[in-house]
Ligand binder design. Structure first.
Ligand code: UD1
Length: 436
């Protein structure tokens, strides 16, 4: 189990170029299947979730080439629509292949992607959306077979909750349906607009994406296209909070302030000075962070659930009390126990966490229980006195590209320990952490 070993207390300073958005790259790479042609997708971060997506594409018969951050997918060789359980389970968002396969082949065979660390991740909304387009579903002991025997048909459909993944699946499938689809209560995340732009570059007719109602006029065929994914607004939170908790100064190149209003407003309320520049975001941290206004996670443009853990790490050392309410996922406070191991003072009752800021955290052994929690614990480690060891960082590597290299370049003392070492070795991690 690889770990990050962090010697805290180093002020971060400098520039970092933000990676492309994982949550855009994954659905766009899946959507290449629907194009039937050759797609060139730039800005794909080097992450294990992207690798899992490329493995599924290869399994389906697509040609895949990855050079740096550019992925070329040739979907003209797509040969079947069945994804085995082992590939479905590698990554939770594998369900976003459902719409593309139905669009391309009129059928798909998948297993449910399963629950995960942050909650159940049900797929009922995805299924309802597909049914609305005329898709039939058979469940054979967990193996789900979908078929659009009569072809996909445009429809009016309203999501009972603006699910990001269900919006994506519906948009992609409807792009090849007969007739017009009107989706209400659609998710409005920037990644939805990015997907619509990609689909339109492939010849689709999608309007209204990024708003609550998306209209998709089905077309008979799509074609390949070239596209660059938007920068990662969630990875941005990791870097901005890392600079903030170390009293640092960071120019985050490529960050798009308009995608991050709720997060930036929160950082400003914590006392950070921000400049929204054409090339990115410049953050200057105060001597001592102030407590945050009450934070409540909401669908976009509300405060993102993916930023909740990172902001809680910050609130943990801010002066005063912050109340955090998680409304999106039912099990997204697992980082709290780990932060408390580092000396944080946080109480949780159901979906509400009360964070009493402490003057300082101390290093500890903690578990990166999920992707964003792991990144947040790394941020906390940067601010803590002594050495923090964040274990099981494969979760972090699903979403953050070479975090240790990027933070080191900004002055942090962090390195990746490939395999678990013995306790004696761990005890001397403080001096080892000085290696960079
Ligand atoms: C996406 C993001 C994830 C982010 C989440 C919410 C990707 C790859 N992942 O996940 O990082 O945390 O949006 O912003 O883009 N739900 C149902 N039934 C369904 C689908 C969802 O009840 O069929 C519920 C979920 O349990 C959850 C809520 O809806 O409580 C939000 O889920 P959703 O927006 O679908 O998230 P994902 O697309 O899985």
């Amino acid at each position: 189990m690889a770990a990050f070993v962090i010697a805290g207390g180093k002020r971060l300073e400098g520039e970092h170029i933000l990676q492309g958005a994982k949550n855009s790259a994954l659905p766009i790479l899946a959507a290449t299947v629907a194009s039937g042609g050759e797609c060139v997708v730039h800005g794909c971060p080097r992450l294990s979730d992207v690798d899992a997506t490329l493995n599924i594409l290869r399994h389906l018969g697509c040609g895949v080439r990855q050079e740096g951050h550019t992925v070329t997918v040739d979907a003209s060789t797509l040969c079947h629509g069945a994804i085995p359980g082992i590939l479905m389970h590698e990554m939770r968002s594998s369900i976003v292949f459902l719409g593309p396969l139905l669009a391309a082949l009129g059928y798909a065979e998948l297993t449910a992607p399963g629950g995960c660390e942050i909650g159940l991740r049900p797929i009922g909304l995805h299924l309802d959306a597909m049914r609305a387009l005329g898709v039939e579903l058979h469940n054979d002991a967990g193996r789900l077979s979908f078929s659009a025997g009569q072809g996909l048909r445009g429809a009016r459909f309203s999501l009972s909750f603006p699910s990001v993944g269900a919006t994506e699946n519906l948009m992609i499938a409807a792009a090849r349906a007969k007739g017009v689809t009107v989706l209400s209560n659609a998710a409005r995340e920037p990644e939805i607009l990015d997907l619509a732009r990609f689909l339109n570059a492939c010849g689709a007719r999608v309007t209204g994406a990024g708003g609550g109602t998306v209209v998709i006029e089905g077309v008979a065929r799509l074609h390949g296209a070239e596209h660059t994914v938007i920068p990662d607004r969630i990875a941005a939170v990791t870097f901005l909070t890392a600079a903030a908790v170390t009293g640092g100064e960071l120019l985050l190149r490529k960050a798009v302030p308009e995608h991050m209003d709720a997060v930036l407003a929160t950082l400003e309320q914590a006392g950070c000075r921000l400049r929204r520049l054409p090339e990115g975001i410049l953050l200057r941290a105060p001597q001592r962070l102030r407590h945050l206004p009450s934070l409540r996670t909401m669908p976009y443009p509300g405060f993102p659930t993916d930023a909740q853990a990172g902001m809680m790490a910050l609130a943990g050392i801010a002066a005063g009390t912050t109340i955090v309410t998680e409304t999106i996922f039912e099990n997204r406070f697992r980082h709290v126990a780990e932060l408390c191991r580092m000396g944080a003072n946080i109480r949780v009752e159901d979906r509400v966490a009360v964070v009493e800021g402490v003057a300082r955290l101390h290093g500890a052994e903690v578990d990166a229980c999920d992707l964003r929690a792991g990144a947040a614990l790394s941020v906390a480690g940067l601010a803590a006195e002594g050495t923090t060891r964040v274990r099981d960082i494969r979760h972090i590597e699903r979403g953050c590209e070479r975090l240790e290299t990027a933070l080191s370049a900004l002055g942090a003392s962090i390195y990746k320990e490939e395999e678990a070492e013995s306790n004696e070795q761990t005890d001397s991690a403080g001096s080892a952490a000085e290696r960079n």
